[in-house]
Design a protein around this ligand. Structure first.
Ligand code: UT7
Length: 324
């Protein structure tokens, strides 16, 4: 079967207007702006108002990505939404989005890999495009993490925010190594670490949505090691060195993790896109949100070599390498 390469034809993102500052959170739980900034780098996060759902955020981001690509929703034959905070137990946010956009071809579904969700969703779409199963895909990371936080738990509620980011992928003839497109994806998981980062409810266990629980300092240790491993593995498989990569778009969990990984792999911090100060941790939305910001402000340009990576609950982790 002919192999195709998935090219990023367009990108878009969306953040709800409401900003929650560290000062405001300090009046809700026993914390401070200085603790949050020193330990995480976060200054603020966006919060979806009541009535605004994950599908609403996903729709805005997807429409912006379609506009950027100059592609009509009618041509879309695959929608993959990475989310851990869907509107409903079912149907998926993917199918909700399909209906809203007026897309009727192909398939739409959700992928659940928490903060690694966007990398997983990108990998699924890339593989389906490569096999000719889809030609034009929208891949979205969208979250309303604010809905699953325990707003009395200072160890978690200060960390997360809401938002969405999307990419439109189109299948092209595979071309040569230097032609634009996804060069590879690398997915990992290890289910033994569930207790370090999980939600304590669900339809089949408690019949409730549940709230996010994390033993942050233990997750931190795994994060730096596993992320660095995924980055060196994907670069090695693609035959490029870390030095040859123009930009690193990491999952935005903590500025100290970004810096720890950069130090470990001798990456200059100017090459690492960071939005954690303004967005907090938006789970599956964080990678496309950061990617879009760096495209909008002119840092990431067409032809650049970009590495995306993430780690999240499960544990799940992974990376994607793309010639933009
Ligand atoms: O996106 C999925 C992946 N997630 C991550 O990668 C998150 C990884 N973990 C982290 O980013 C960090 O571990 C945190 C930001 C969650 C915590 O930072 P830390 O430097 O690891 O702090 P810690 O958990 O070791 O806690 C240090 C102290 C504790 O007090 P004691 O026991 O030393 O008296 C905590 O109770 O800080 C306390 N603390 C707080 N103090 C003020 C914890 N949260 C807060 C808070 N405000 N919000």
């Amino acid at each position: 079967m002919t192999e195709f390469k998935a090219r990023i034809a367009g990108i878009g993102s969306y953040l709800p207007e409401r900003i929650l500052t560290n000062e405001e959170i300090s009046s809700m739980v026993d914390t401070s702006d200085s603790w949050i900034r020193e330990r995480t780098g976060i200054r603020q996060r966006h919060i979806a108002p009541d009535g605004v759902t994950t599908a609403d955020l996903a729709e805005q981001a997807a429409r912006r990505a379609l506009d950027d690509a100059g592609i009509s929703a009618e041509d879309v034959d695959l929608i993959v939404v990475a989310t851990t905070t869907p509107d409903f137990t079912f149907p998926s946010v993917g199918t909700l989005l399909q209906a809203r956009l007026g897309a009727t071809q192909g398939a739409a579904f959700d992928v659940q890999a928490v903060c690694t969700g966007f990398v997983y969703a990108l990998s699924v779409a890339d593989n389906m495009i490569a096999r000719g199963q889809a030609k034009t895909a929208i891949v979205v990371g969208a979250e309303t993490m604010s809905r699953i936080l325990d707003w009395t738990d200072r160890t978690t509620c200060v960390l997360f925010g809401d938002g969405a980011g999307a990419m439109v992928l189109t299948g092209q003839d595979a071309g040569d190594e230097a032609s634009p497109g996804i060069m590879g994806t690398y997915l990992r998981s290890d289910g033994r670490f569930k207790d370090l980062l999980h939600v304590d409810g669900g339809p089949s266990s408690t019949g409730t949505v549940g709230q996010l629980r994390m033993i942050g300092n233990q997750v931190f240790r795994h994060a730096v090691t596993n992320i660095a491993e995924s980055m060196t593995t994907i670069a090695g498989r693609a035959g490029v060195t870390i030095e040859e990569i123009d930009w690193f778009v990491p999952h935005q969990a903590n500025q100290r993790i970004l810096e720890g990984v950069a130090r470990k792999l001798s990456i200059p911090t100017e090459k690492v896109i960071s939005t954690v100060a303004d967005h907090g941790n938006t789970s599956a939305a964080s990678v496309p949100l950061a990617f879009d910001r760096a495209v909008q402000d002119g840092r990431i340009k067409r032809g650049d070599l970009v590495l995306m990576e993430a780690l999240g609950g499960g544990f799940t982790w992974g990376a994607a390498l793309v010639r933009y």
